[in-house]
Write a protein that binds this ligand. Structure first.
Ligand SMILES: [Zn+2]
Ligand SMILES: [Zn+2]
Length: 295
């Protein structure tokens, strides 16, 4: 299995629009492990379309409990279970992740109990272990290490950037965050930094077409980063590739890849990928691999 990153859902926020991209989720395959990072709506479909077997679902990380990052966590595990999952799944998320999972199992109790009896399945509640984490090292197993950094995403306090390392490879996810300079140290020298991004000229149009305009603008400016800011974190960190993800706006017909590129080029000269659902970013070498798009 080649090491790779697949951007399954690339838009910021929970809204869906016809033909548009899905909320946040990614697949990271590194050192023989398949890791889902965030479980926004569409993660299950995305993992299947990326060619993974749900039965071999193994590790899941949640950066924070906003719905566009966690809404499909339970349905993903449940769907894997009905597909034949019989091995342990480790779920790592901020405080509250265990509460979500227990309540999901309660909500699905009828179906879970009936499938255990009717289909002879193992108890899904015994297969899943939840590890709630704070800042620092989260996982060190079989050569894989994962560490977390609390980022700036008010009013959410438990929102964590994640750094995955295996051998000489490293991939960092910013999670949702306003411009946060300590992230540069945390992402130092990574092969890939996946950073969230907004485009200034798109925000006003987004705010205008959404019911809750003024409040939305206030939240976006306090809690998210502009593409230029993502670029300056990548430059300070000296990463090998910047992937702009969790795009806001993601589905404005007047905004295309060239606009994102123009914004981020003010602060970042290195290899660049603008996320799109299903896009594969190779991790086998620093340079472009098959299926990868470079801008
Ligand atoms: Zn989000
Ligand atoms: Zn968020």
């Amino acid at each position: 299995m080649p090491d790779r990153l697949v951007l399954l859902g690339s838009k910021g926020g929970p809204a869906l629009r016809p033909g548009g991209p899905w909320p946040s989720s990614s697949l990271l395959q590194i050192g023989g492990r398949s890791i889902a990072v965030d479980c926004g709506l569409g993660v299950t479909r995305g993992l299947v379309d990326a060619g993974t077997s749900l039965k071999s679902l193994d590790l899941i990380f949640i950066t924070h409990l906003h719905s566009d990052h966690v809404l499909e966590l339970g349905p993903l595990i449940h769907t894997a279970w009905t597909a034949g999952l019989a091995t342990p799944v480790g779920v790592f998320g901020p405080p509250g992740t265990g509460h979500y999972w227990r309540r999901f199992c309660q909500a699905m109790e009828f179906d879970i109990e009936i499938r255990i009896v009717d289909e002879g399945r193992p108890d899904i509640r015994d297969l899943v272990s939840i590890g709630e984490f704070g800042e620092g090292q989260v996982v060190a197993q079989g050569g894989l290490t994962v560490s977390a950094l609390r980022v700036e995403h008010p009013p959410v306090t438990d929102c964590f950037a994640l750094r995955f390392e295996h051998g000489a490879k490293s991939v960092v996810f910013s999670a949702d965050t306003a411009f946060y300079p300590p992230l540069a140290d945390f992402a130092r020298g990574a092969d890939i930094l996946v950073h969230e991004a907004m485009l200034e000229e798109g925000i006003e149009r987004l705010v205008a077409r959404t019911g809750n305009g003024a409040r939305l603008r206030e939240h976006l400016l306090a809690s998210h980063s502009f593409a230029e800011e993502a670029g300056s974190i990548a430059s300070d960190a000296g990463v090998k590739r910047l992937v702009l993800n969790h795009l806001i706006p993601a589905d404005d017909s007047l905004i295309g890849e060239a606009d994102w590129t123009a914004a981020v080029r003010k602060t970042w000269n290195g290899d660049l990928t603008i996320a799109r659902d299903g896009l594969v970013v190779g991790l086998s070498s620093a340079k472009a691999a098959a299926g990868e798009e470079t801008a």
